[in-house]
Design a binder for this molecule. Sequence first.
Ligand SMILES: CCCCCCCCCCCCC/C=C/[C@@H](O)[C@H](COP(=O)(O)O)NC(=O)CCCCCCCCCCCCCCC
Length: 215
Amino acid sequence: MSTTEEKFSLGEVLVSFKSCLVDDDKDVLVEHYLNGWKGLVRFMNGLGTIFSFVSKDAVSKIQIMENYLKGENGERYRTLQSMVEYEVGSSLVDLTKRGNHPESGCRTILRLHRALRWLQLFLEKLRTSTEDSKTSTLCAEAYNDSLANYHPWLIRKTANVAFLALPVRNTFFEVMNVGTTQQVVDMLGEAMPYVSKVYDVTQELYSQHNLLELP
Ligand SMILES: CCCCCCCCCCCCC/C=C/[C@@H](O)[C@H](COP(=O)(O)O)NC(=O)CCCCCCCCCCCCCCC
């Protein structure tokens, strides 16, 4: 597991999801949400080039959102709630089939949101795993129970092959750069509630506006 990237701790990345939450934990700051994703992508890049097809897609979605944030209506994209109000209110979202707005902020965030569910399941499995658990199996189970439901056959197949290249549990924990196995388990126990909260707030917002199936 050699990486030329500066070492960083996965704990810091996960805790950064805490700073997304605003308005009494009822809304999510887009800029901080994207920062959380950037940290995760950096971590994934450290796992090797086998995941570059995943990384590319995540980076392009982060980029779409950053362009909105930098754009003339950037203020409308400050939080997920303001983004939904603006885009839905101005008919900037393709609701049933892809048309004039194939890259709306709402559908772009939805893709990342679904991936966050995978991350939640995977990290919870890792946290409660034992020394002989296989990371590839944990990752595949988490994926098949979440994100896979939205992916066509070829991507599912490719993803499941890539999972086989995941390092063993000990190496994986080392790459997280958190410390001993116990420290990793403690860190996950501490940080995951923030990720879950961000997931729940987003899910609730999208559900209220019927945006969970955007094409
Ligand atoms: C640790 C190993 C990382 C394994 C990553 C598992 C997720 C597998 C996802 C496979 C996605 C394949 C790429 C293509 C996706 C797109 O087709 C698809 C649909 O987009 P579209 O509607 O615009 O066409 N895109 C998506 O579903 C969004 C995928 C975003 C994936 C981001 C994954 C970031 C993972 C961060 C890993 C952090 C690891 C931390 C673990 C300790």
